[in-house]
Design a protein around this ligand. Structure first.
Ligand SMILES: Cc1ncc(COP(=O)(O)O)c(C=O)c1O
Length: 433
């Protein structure tokens, strides 16, 4: 392997990196990194039947004060203590000894994260590109596929700007056509979308780009089916996984997209400004790199596609730590927990007079992104008062299109927090804000 050869040439032993990782903790590190003292006890092994005591231990791995309910995973997640420690340890290591000899082991750390990503998603390291975020990943795809004026691309109206505006602007530049499938609220079911997307396909269609789980209404799209239909017609499928990566137990070997993108700083609870792009082997020859610089990845598509210049390798190493943290808890369990809390929230919100849920509670049509209009209340004002007076952090959606509040519960949230949120909303609906 290229990494191994490099390490050997420079006289650096593989065990140096293992030693470095093993020494990532320690009291001095905790003090310097500002992590809470006493340092959280390491997360115990996940019991067969995890109870609230287990989830409370999970919560203790995060820095939020106990009275603050942060339910905004769809936007930005906190990192767990092991992730922060790994980030700090690697940054400190590089800064203490910035020599090339020392920094070479960071390359090994980056490749380790690539392997962890591949295992996490059920694919091979040769198909993984480590990026800055989903926005970059999506744009690497829309800029990398060679599209001509006669070509067509199908997108979903609820795609994020990095997967909507990016296509429409590049269509203006390169002359291809974009067809848009509109979102319908409430989610009309898988069959509706399979039919709606299929109807837009024709001999000129080159790409289908949609969102696995939307950030707007929390709609879950039938990714596996849509990818299969695209594949059978020779159309490249691009799945924006910003809201499913790290929340759902995603297995790309089953979904089989050509491209799948995600951010570490959302549901995986990884460091900020790190992300990933999966490029299926069969699509490697169909996409051009957008950036040509130094320091490529060591394997597969990353050798040509990931020439991004100097990287924040400590963040990439900490990304790997975040994946391991989730794997230790259990991917299936994480999805179940987030879904359970979201279901609780939806059930209780439905009982509040005047509240309109935008998210469909059916588990086949949503996961753990919940949005709603808060009856007679101004969403922005409600959100502000919830944060200032009730110590509840969510997100707002302004404008005329499905406005309201969004809560996206994750592993550091609890049933009492859900109850607190609903009780506060009920109170404000009755009294005003
Ligand atoms: C569906 C979707 N795609 C892409 C993004 C962009 O993510 P990032 O800002 O991490 O690039 C988001 C962010 O919320 C999103 O919800």
């Amino acid at each position: 392997m290229m990494t191994e050869a490099l390490l050997k040439n420079r006289g650096i032993r593989r065990r140096d990196f293992a030693r470095f990782l093993a020494g990532a903790g320690g009291a001095a590190l905790i003090e310097a990194s500002g992590l809470p003292r006493p340092r959280p006890a390491p997360l115990p092994e996940t019991p067969e039947f995890p109870n609230e005591a287990f989830w409370s231990n999970v919560r203790k791995q995060f820095l939020m004060p106990p009275d603050l309910a942060v339910m905004n995973a769809a936007n930005l997640c906190p990192s767990s203590a092991p992730v922060l420690e790994a980030l700090y340890a690697a940054t400190r290591d590089v800064d203490q000894d910035p020599s090339f000899n020392n920094r070479e082991k960071m390359t090994e750390g980056k490749e380790r994260t690539r392997k962890l990503l591949a295992a996490f998603l059920g694919v091979t390291p040769e198909e993984i590109v480590i990026t800055r975020n989903t926005s970059e990943s999506n744009n690497l795809v829309s800029s990398g596929i060679e599209l001509k004026p006669q070509d067509e691309v199908i997108i979903f109206s609820d795609n994020h700007p990095s997967n909507h505006l990016a296509w429409t602007e590049k269509a203006r530049r390169f002359g291809f056509t974009v067809r848009v499938v509109d979102q319908v609220n409430p989610h009309p079911g898988d069959e509706y979308y399979i039919d709606a997307f299929t109807k837009q396909m024709n001999a000129r269609t080159k790409v289908l780009a949609f969102t696995h789980l939307t950030s707007t209404a929390g709609d879950l799209l039938p990714a596996r089916e849509l990818c299969r239909i695209a594949r059978e017609r020779g159309i490249l499928s691009m799945v924006d996984g910003a809201q499913s990566f790290g929340l759902m137990n995603v297995d790309l070997s089953d979904m089989q997209p050509d491209f799948y993108s995600g951010s570490a700083h959302k549901w995986p609870c990884g460091p900020k400004e790190t992300g990933m792009l999966f490029i299926n082997k069969r699509a490697h020859s169909m996409v051009w790199p957008s950036i040509y610089s130094a320091y490529p990845g060591a394997t597969g598509i990353s050798k040509s596609f990931e020439r991004f210049g100097q990287r924040d390798e400590p963040a990439i190493i900490a990304f790997g730590e975040a994946l391991q943290f989730q794997t230790r808890i259990g991917r299936k369990l994480i999805e179940e927990r987030a879904r359970t809390l979201a279901q609780m929230l939806m059930t209780e919100l439905k009982k509040v007079d005047g509240v309109k849920l935008w998210t469909h509670p059916d588990s086949g049509r949503s996961a753990a992104v919940v949005t709603f209009f808060p009856a007679n209340l101004d969403p922005k004002k409600l959100s502000a008062v919830l944060y200032e007076k009730d110590r509840i952090a969510g997100a707002t959606r302004e404008g005329a299109d499905r406005p309201g509040l969004r809560f996206s519960p994750h592993i550091y949230n609890s049933p009492p927090e859900v109850e607190r949120i609903v009780a506060a909303i009920k109170r404000y609906v009755a009294t005003g804000v």
